[in-house]
Design a protein around this ligand. Structure first.
Ligand code: C2E
Ligand code: MG
Ligand code: MG
Ligand code: MG
Length: 290
């Protein structure tokens, strides 16, 4: 339940104490209201191609500022939405925003690939895949510009339906990424059964890897796994130059993290990309709520 989610969140110590306390006040009514008013927004965090240092795409991240003005972390409201059968509606509402933003960027000649997170429970909803496919077709955006990120641990929730949903989306041409790779317990044999196109290495193996040999070994073996499977490797949570350098030397394809860019609102993305392209370093730090 919510208090479980909160204590594990606090244990992870990634959110300041006051924000955790405020999040205690979120309830179902507030979440429903936010859904009705479409006040849960999408922010975009750039991913950088490590061979060109150019923007390879963006990850869409749900952002909710409640009526008191507090940012509620998605790791709190996504499980709440899942628990109360609202995850399908939320996912489709976020997808609509993403497609609108992509449309705006396309009209200006920027064909930016977008990755969207799909939660464990939504994978079990057969109709969600249909709805997603229809909406994307309606917007006229080719499927290969969109990748769905699915956490490794989501696969164990309901393997057959997850496999069905993932295969349907992959067959339509969408990219499929294993998110938080390394935190689940999938074997090479299990992974090879899934039609993944990308492996996204969890930040717990990235952050601190330059200083710790065991992390560096795990990181190397994850990147090598991606290479052996013939799929794109992306490292999340890159916070230092040393981490970026290490990832390049290990042959990782893309990097994402606060060193490169914070998640930012859709209307600011094109400006950011332009500034990043002009700056002396090929990337720039920006401060946005995360
Ligand atoms: P994720 O998909 O692994 O997303 C990456 C998370 O790491 C994001 O947290 C992002 O803000 C954060 N991050 C990015 N760079 C760095 C860094 O350098 N250092 C650190 N410490 N963190 C970094 P966020 O936005 O709080 O999202 C947390 C999780 O919530 C996501 O993890 C994802 O699983 C889920 N989530 C977010 N948006 C959605 C959504 O629209 N739908 C679903 N189903 N899940 C979502
Ligand atoms: Mg993700
Ligand atoms: Mg991730
Ligand atoms: Mg993660």
């Amino acid at each position: 339940d919510l208090s479980d989610a909160l204590s594990s969140y606090a244990a992870a110590t990634e959110v300041p104490e006051p924000q955790i306390k405020n999040a205690l006040n979120i309830d179902l009514a507030q979440l429903k209201q936010a859904l009705e008013r479409a006040s849960i927004q999408v922010f975009y965090q750039p991913k950088i191609d490590l061979s060109t240092m150019k923007v390879a795409g963006v990850e869409a991240l749900a952002r909710w500022k409640n009526t008191q003005g507090d940012w509620i972390p998605p790791s709190l409201f996504i499980p709440l939405a899942e628990e109360h059968g609202l995850i399908g509606d939320l996912t489709l509402s976020l997808l609509e925003q993403i497609l609108q933003d992509m449309n705006t960027w396309w009209e200006q000649g920027n064909y930016i690939p977008v990755a969207m997170n799909l939660s464990a429970k939504s994978l079990a909803e057969f109709n969600l895949a249909n709805e997603i496919i229809q909406r994307v077709i309606r917007q006229g955006i080719p499927a290969h510009f969109i990748t769905f990120e699915i956490t490794e641990s989501a696969l164990v929730v309901d393997l057959p339906s997850a496999l069905a949903t993932i295969s349907r989306l992959r067959l339509k041409g969408f990219g499929i990424s294993i998110d938080d790779y390394g935190t689940g317990f999938s074997s090479m044999q299990q992974l090879s059964r899934f039609p993944f196109s990308e492996l996204k290495i969890d930040r717990s193996f990235v952050h601190g890897a330059p200083e710790r040999q065991y992390l560096r070994n795990i990181l190397k073996s994850a990147i090598d796994t991606g290479i052996r499977l013939g799929i794109t490797t992306v490292a999340e949570g890159v916070e230092t130059e040393a981490e970026l350098h290490l990832l390049k030397s290990l042959g990782c394809n893309q990097a994402q993290g606060f060193l490169l860019a914070r998640p930012l609102p859709g209307r600011e993305l094109l400006g950011w990309i332009e500034r990043a392209a002009q700056s002396q370093t090929p990337y720039a730090k920006h401060l946005y709520p995360d």
